[in-house]
Write a protein that binds this ligand. Structure first.
Ligand code: GDP
Length: 195
């Protein structure tokens, strides 16, 4: 599954551009700079996603990738970035909401959380949308290498405890580092189990 290149399929800036619902979709969401591109690159072993998703003009659309012909990987625009004008932010928040609510082939959303910060307001806002849309999601801590072992354990406990209040969240979380390649095999196995 992860041995062949991920290829960029298309960027979706409007609902009408979504591809037909004929493949399982796995989606990655997270605040800007959370390490989303690095993580997707690390689990697929490719550089394509960072280059593509961080290209100007492609940062505010849903970027679709094909994973070995087996599923679509959907990279959502990074949220919580206050620099864009409000009407533009509103437009793509709306796009994300509509996508999450209506997509029958969407199998799982991985919500990336920076290990150092835990849940921030923008994360909780996103999780509220997911809870309300009844889209199953799972938390992935990123940049785990930035914390000491004890700090990381504390963060994991805190996050797991908070998830109890979120009906669409799975109780199991992943702690990863793209830098040190930790937690990646577990995440790959989880994705493979969904297909
Ligand atoms: P994105 O905006 O969510 O796609 O974030 P990027 O993948 O571009 O990463 C943002 C920054 O965090 C970059 O400077 C990365 O080098 C850094 N970063 C990403 N993953 C890790 C990680 O696992 N460990 C550490 N220490 N830094 C990371």
């Amino acid at each position: 599954l992860f041995s062949r290149p991920v290829t960029f399929l298309l960027g979706v800036a409007q609902l009408e551009q979504l591809p037909p619902e004929d493949k399982t979709e796995i989606c990655f969401a997270g605040r800007s700079n959370v390490g989303k591109s690095s993580l997707i690159n690390a689990i697929t072993g490719r550089k394509d996603i960072a280059r593509t998703s961080n290209t100007p003009g492609r940062t505010q659309q849903l970027n679709y990738f094909d994973l070995d012909g087996a599923c679509h990987v959907v990279d959502l625009p990074g949220y919580g970035f206050a620099q864009a004008p409000k009407d533009i932010v509103d437009t793509w928040q709306n796009l994300i909401k509509q996508y999450l609510r209506g997509r029958v082939t969407l199998r799982r959303v991985f919500v990336l959380i920076d290990s150092r910060h835990g849940f921030m307001k923008a994360d909780l806002d996103m999780m509220k949308v997911l809870d309300e849309s009844a889209v199953t999601y799972q938390v992935v801590l990123t940049k785990a290498d930035k914390l000491k072992k004890g700090q990381l354990e504390k963060r994991i406990k805190e996050v797991v405890n908070a998830l109890v209040k979120h009906p669409a969240a799975l109780p199991k979380i992943f702690a990863t580092s793209s830098e040190k390649n930790t937690g990646l095999a577990e995440l790959r196995a989880e994705i493979a189990s969904l297909l």
